[in-house]
Design a protein around this ligand. Sequence first.
Ligand code: MHF
Ligand code: KIV
Length: 382
Amino acid sequence: MSFVTSNLGASKVLQAATRPRSLLRYLSTSSAALRPAMTPLLLRGQFQPTLAQQQRQEKQIRHSTQTQVREYSSRPADADHHHVRPKVTLATLRKLHKRNEPITVMTAHDFPTGTLVDKAGIDMTLVGDSLAMVALGYTSTSEITLEEMLHHCRAVSRGTRSSFLVADMPFGTYETNPDQAVSNAVRMIKEGKVEAVKLEGGKEMAPTIARLTQVGIPVLGHIGLTPQRQASLGGYKVQGKTVAKAKAMIDDALALQQAGCYAVVLEAVPAPVATHITNLLSIPTIGIGAGAGCSGQVLVQQDMLGLYGRVPRFCKTYRSLADDIVGALKEYSADVKSGTFPAEEHTYPMPQEELNRFMEFVGRQDDEAVNGNSSNAAAGHA
Ligand SMILES: Nc1nc(=O)c2c([nH]1)NC[C@@H]1CN(c3ccc(C(=O)N[C@@H](CCC(=O)O)C(=O)O)cc3)CN21
Ligand SMILES: CC(C)C(=O)C(=O)O
């Protein structure tokens, strides 16, 4: 592993890590290489970094040094991470937000992908309705039904131990009135076994969100590009690009907070608008295509792993697994055709004594076939 802090001597890091204040001072006065991302934004004069953002950068650097320190210990790097991770609750998320530690969110749509997200130490797992497209092959998210969603939620929940688990309410299951939203959200909790629901929309959804939170169902809001409304938005378009639209989005965000959302997703929003909303709100914002000024980030797992065809501009493809998978499938196919697979090590042996008797049995059967004797000699032998 290589970290930006590699210029710090190990002993210095260890020393400093035990005295966070002095490390903070050290870092804030040290090389500009330690402060990526922020400088170009400042130069472009798009917006001023908030104190919170500066503290977060320092926090990130501190986190890297701590990870590095762990490499020098005798413990395997992930031993204390994978198995004893405490359950993430709403209180945990609030604590992360208060500390300006970015909240990580990742989608999952079944048991294996849910397990992977949980193992990676992601704070929040989202059973997003993008699974309609990436897992079910629908052409939009609006087509998925409540029953289909519940099926996927249950699968993800079986693989989720620590991450906070939230799922999208499908299009058409919450818009009619607050009663409809409550009864379907209750199904998401009881049958889908998720801890919270996400629903799309701004201040027009506030009464519904208020009802849900009043009956004890945590709600994650979602504004900006709301894919369930893509038809009326005229496609998957960036939202809030004009002052008027940005102002309306600010009103929506405040209304969602007032209605009791524990956090709000901001999708495909210009970074300065998302940063401003983040600074205004007392609840975390989770950005997707909304820049680094949000309180957390979310991506669609298939996108970031290169498992789904077209990837939006805001997505970083961390791996291109589709190529690997197709390569493996082609090798398998060639091996089967050529007889290379299965090999000896992929087969099951039997005890030598049993094998000898089995071969005798097979020999007798062959003799009988040749001699035209149809009586069953094996039964008498056994
Ligand atoms: N696989 C997948 N990933 C997603 O992130 C995702 C889905 N599916 N389905 C539902 C929505 C749709 N999403 C999308 C899809 C495309 C763009 C996109 O291509 N936007 C243009 C910008 C267009 C403009 O300028 O307004 C881009 O260039 O990124 C954005 C969000 C996000 N959500
Ligand atoms: C992209 C995220 C925010 C989402 O809503 C989904 O996965 O459906």
